[in-house]
Design a protein around this ligand. Structure first.
Ligand SMILES: Cc1cc2nc3c(=O)[nH]c(=O)nc-3n(C[C@H](O)[C@H](O)[C@H](O)COP(=O)(O)OP(=O)(O)OC[C@H]3O[C@@H](n4cnc5c(N)ncnc54)[C@H](O)[C@@H]3O)c2cc1C
Length: 341
């Protein structure tokens, strides 16, 4: 690790002031929230903004509120630690607390924020390296080189850096919507549409836009959810394979077989974005879960996972973990069936 490069640090007191500063300082400026991902990258020399704009002095950006009309509103500066213990979250969307708890370590979660997790940079063996390491070989595509060194051919013009956030896949499965604000105005984006699948430009957020809120719709409250994560070190590590499942099991009475409704399966850590497995809802909605269907769903998820050798773990093993986690997630849903409406 090198010392941090020089930069101007600004702490605006309103979100509109922050948006104006971001626009005025141009492409060489970045927003910082907890800094848990951004500062290590700056110390490695991966990027070096001239201006760093902190959101920490802006009031109410940490608020987490339940709104009877709209649903759960999460401020971008809410720390992951605060989500783990928030009463509204534990009541309506316990899977959010579960995913937040899976991130890094307790110290990290005290600093790490929801906004930073959603906007997290993609990761890759060839990208997350020091300047000295980078200087020994041709530049990777994301750092301005010609081709992606992680691509199987080694010659692809597309970046394959991996999406490595834990909370975002769960928020995608919960159909969350985010608000982006810039000096040009405000827009709302479905989180599902936020991610591009291009490791070099992983989301549609323009450089001058700030994520100002997350809404988990009221209709999703009470849905069953589970998040499974595979990482190298259990004590502190990014996911190298992950599965987020949400679904309802509906049935006329407790004795009857319950039918799947509103199912969504998102796999993570195995592509440049959280990947919604689109064939799962047509396969399962309206049907009663049994071993054969769960097996089919797990095989679909495994097929959709295309991990490359650019992060920890062996590729075939990570693919297999997606299969195992998918099965386990559905089994967990069945075991919780009596509590599901
Ligand atoms: C050792 C270690 C282990 C980690 N393990 C995990 C893990 O297991 N799972 C996981 O998900 N993450 C992990 N992380 C990454 C990181 O800690 C978390 O993802 C965290 O939630 C990032 O939030 P932050 O507030 O610190 O983001 P920051 O570092 O402040 O920012 C990250 C990025 O998001 C942008 N950004 C931040 N807030 C906003 C906003 N409101 N609007 C627009 N852009 C914004 C920044 O400009 C930057 O590009 C780990 C990091 C480290 C150092």
């Amino acid at each position: 690790m090198q010392p941090l490069p020089n930069f101007q640090y600004l702490e605006p007191e309103t979100i509109h002031e922050a948006a104006k500063l971001l626009m005025d300082s141009g492409t060489q400026s970045m927003v910082i929230s907890g800094g848990t991902d951004m500062l290590p990258s700056m110390r490695q020399g991966i990027f070096s903004p001239d201006v760093v704009i902190s959101l920490q002095a802006i009031p109410h950006l940490r608020d987490v509120e339940w709104d009877d009309t709209e649903g759960l509103k999460i401020g971008p500066l809410a720390t992951l630690r605060s989500l783990e213990t928030n009463a509204e979250i534990l009541q309506h969307f316990p899977v959010i607390a579960e995913a937040a708890h899976a991130v890094g370590s307790p110290q990290l979660r005290e600093m790490a924020t929801v906004g930073g997790n959603i906007c997290l940079d993609t990761r890759c063996y060839y990208y997350n390296q020091s300047e000295n390491w980078q200087a020994c070989d041709q530049e990777c595509l994301k750092l301005g080189g010609e081709t992606c060194k992680a691509a199987p051919s080694g010659r692809a013009k597309k970046c394959f850096a991996v999406f490595s956030a834990d909370l975002a896949p769960v928020l995608v499965a919960l159909d969350a919507r985010i608000t982006l604000l810039s000096a040009r105005g405000e827009r709302h984006v479905d989180l599902r549409e936020f991610y591009t699948g291009d490791g070099a430009a992983p989301h549609v957020k323009a450089p001058d836009e700030i994520l100002t809120s997350v809404l988990v719709p009221k209709q999703m409250a009470g849905i069953f959810g589970v998040y499974q994560k595979y990482r190298i070190r259990n004590s502190i590590d990014y996911p190298i394979a992950g599965v987020a499942l949400t679904l309802r099991l509906n049935g006329p009475d407790k004795s009857a077989k319950k039918l799947v409704k509103d199912v969504c399966l998102v796999i993570s850590g195995v592509a440049s974005k959280p990947l919604v497995v689109k064939k799962i809802p047509p396969l399962l909605n309206g049907k009663a879960l049994d071993d054969a269907l769960i097996e089919e769903a797990a095989l679909l998820a495994k097929k959709a996972a295309l991990p490359l050798a650019n992060t920890g773990g062996e590729r075939a093993h990570r693919k297999q973990m997606i299969y195992e986690f998918t099965k386990k997630a559905f089994e967990q849903a069945i075991n919780n069936g009596s509590q599901i409406s």
